[in-house]
Write a protein that binds this ligand. Structure first.
Ligand code: AMP
Ligand code: ZN
Length: 468
């Protein structure tokens, strides 16, 4: 199994630190709003990576943090007049709902930055003792010059970077020894959440979070560290500098980075305002379609979001789901139970699709080619399964289809779930029925919705609904 390591810029054979186990850390989102579908790309991609390792029999310890203390969270809290904690808790819950909708498996552990401050302080202290960090007026900085391998992940020319940032030093506006030094701890400003530390009452820098949480939940050395490609520099470069200096060991064996999800060939981002939230998309499409769309491209290729591609993903997914449903239907009607000798031979040929699927996934998780293999299997199932097939043959085909699509996190069992837009439409119809005093019809709609797990509540402000 080969994976592309950003560190070596080559595809390397995967050799775990410990046999049969994978220790994997994925940098999670900063929670100050609903996540957008750009944020969803690393979630879907690295969940698929995890699923493939599990398919191969590895025991995966998957840790992904939530950054729940940050300038943007504080800003949002001030705008709403609530605490930063309320904002982060709210959006962690919303994010988890979106992840469930995208069939992203829950992590082994989702550490929160605010719950790990003690460990971060201890790590900063170690860095100071070892000469890798220094304090100035309550702020602690990392001394990048001290870490000889600084820049090894991002392959940047540090002298160019330094000269680009020199103005900061010359102006005296900065108290750093080197323009590339970065903050490990900063004193609080008025109204900000803060924790006591030996240097000042304040809060940790962003990078130290991941170094500490990765160490605490996975150990000093891990197999895979992953995130979007914008995290290579400075975030991951800084994590390496912190972890390796503090622990005296290599940090992560493999560094995986997904390319951006773009819109009109520009990175989708909150700051550019060119984003769709996962929640918005869920009002129009089943999130399985979003997942299928994301996996239709290789994770290291930029992917442009468009309505056409979503429609193509919808049709593709529909083909797979229909094939699965057809197999189920035939299973319910067939008269023969056991596979015939000919069927055994016919089934043996499906191994070819499994091999192609695994070859694709073994080649740095080429999900696009893996999906093609699934389509080949679908075609084969459609042409070889019929009313004459035995139940065993149909069952085996079905199970194989489920096994492969499950690696991609795609559920082939059709959900009878209503989209938000359908629900709103039914509620509008119910209101119209009530207006016409057709209460029987209104009740019928309420019952119909309830059957599908939608609970209505009539309030002064109108009808509210929720999924039960
Ligand atoms: P953030 O909340 O901005 O720290 O982002 C959380 C994760 O989403 C990080 O791994 C980012 O690299 C990733 N990310 C943000 N925007 C995009 C995008 N447009 N395409 C792909 N990944 C993204
Ligand atoms: Zn991180």
């Amino acid at each position: 199994m080969k994976l592309y390591n950003t560190m070596s810029k080559t595809k390397e054979e995967f050799v775990p630190l410990e046999e049969g186990k994978v220790k994997m850390y994925v940098c999670g989102p900063t929670v100050y709003n609903y996540i957008h579908i750009g944020n969803a790309r690393p979630m879907i991609v690295f969940d698929t990576v995890r699923r493939y390792f599990e398919y191969k029999g590895y025991d995966v310890n998957f840790v992904s943090n939530f950054t729940d203390v940050d300038d943007k969270i504080i800003k949002k809290a001030n705008e709403e007049g609530v605490s930063a904690d309320e904002i982060s808790k709210r959006y962690i819950e919303e994010c988890k709902k979106d992840m469930e909708g995208m069939n992203v498996k829950p992590a082994t552990k989702n550490p929160l930055a605010t719950e790990e401050i003690g460990g971060m302080i201890a790590m900063i202290q170690t860095l100071i003792e070892k000469g890798f960090a220094y304090e100035k007026n309550g702020t602690v900085y990392y001394r990048t010059r001290q870490f000889k391998e600084y820049g090894k992940l991002s392959h940047k020319n540090l002298d160019d970077l330094r000269s680009g940032n020199r103005s900061l030093l010359v102006s005296g506006a900065d108290e750093k020894e080197d323009p590339l030094d970065f903050v490990l701890w900063k004193p609080k400003k008025e109204g900000e959440p803060a924790w006591k530390s030996p240097w000042s009452e304040g809060r940790p820098g962003w990078h130290i979070e991941c170094s500490e949480m990765s160490k605490k939940y996975l150990g000093e050395q891990i197999d895979i560290h992953a995130g979007g490609e914008d995290l290579v520099f400075p975030h991951h470069e800084n994590e390496i500098a912190q972890s390796e200096a503090a622990n005296g060991k290599g940090f992560s064996k493999y560094w995986l980075h997904n390319a951006f999800l773009n819109i009109d060939n520009k990175k989708m981002s909150k700051s550019l305002g060119n984003f769709f939230t996962v929640r918005e998309i869920s009002e129009k499409y089943d999130l399985q379609i979003l997942r299928f769309f994301m996996l239709s491209a290789h994770y290291r290729s930029p992917l442009n979001f468009s309505a056409e591609l979503m429609e193509a993903a919808k049709n593709g997914l529909e083909r797979i789901v229909t094939a699965a449903q057809n197999l189920k239907f035939l299973m319910g009607t067939t008269k023969t139970t056991q596979m015939s000798e000919t069927e055994k031979e016919t089934f043996a040929k499906t191994q070819e699709f499994v091999d192609t699927f695994e070859r694709a996934m073994d080649d740095d998780f080429n999900t696009a080619d893996a999906i093609s293999a699934v389509f080949e299997l679908v075609k084969y199932a459609n042409t070889t399964a019929s009313g004459e097939s035995s139940e065993e043959y149909l069952q085996k085909l079905y199970e194989l289809l489920v096994k492969l699509t499950d690696v991609l996190g795609i559920i082939v069992e059709k959900k009878e779930e209503l989209l938000d837009a359908d629900i709103e439409e039914l509620i509008a119809q119910r209101q119209a029925a009530r207006k016409e005093r057709n209460f029987a019809r209104a009740d019928e709609i309420r019952a119909e919705l309830l059957e599908k797990g939608i609970v209505l509540e009539d309030t002064r402000e109108g009808v509210k609904w929720k999924r039960a």
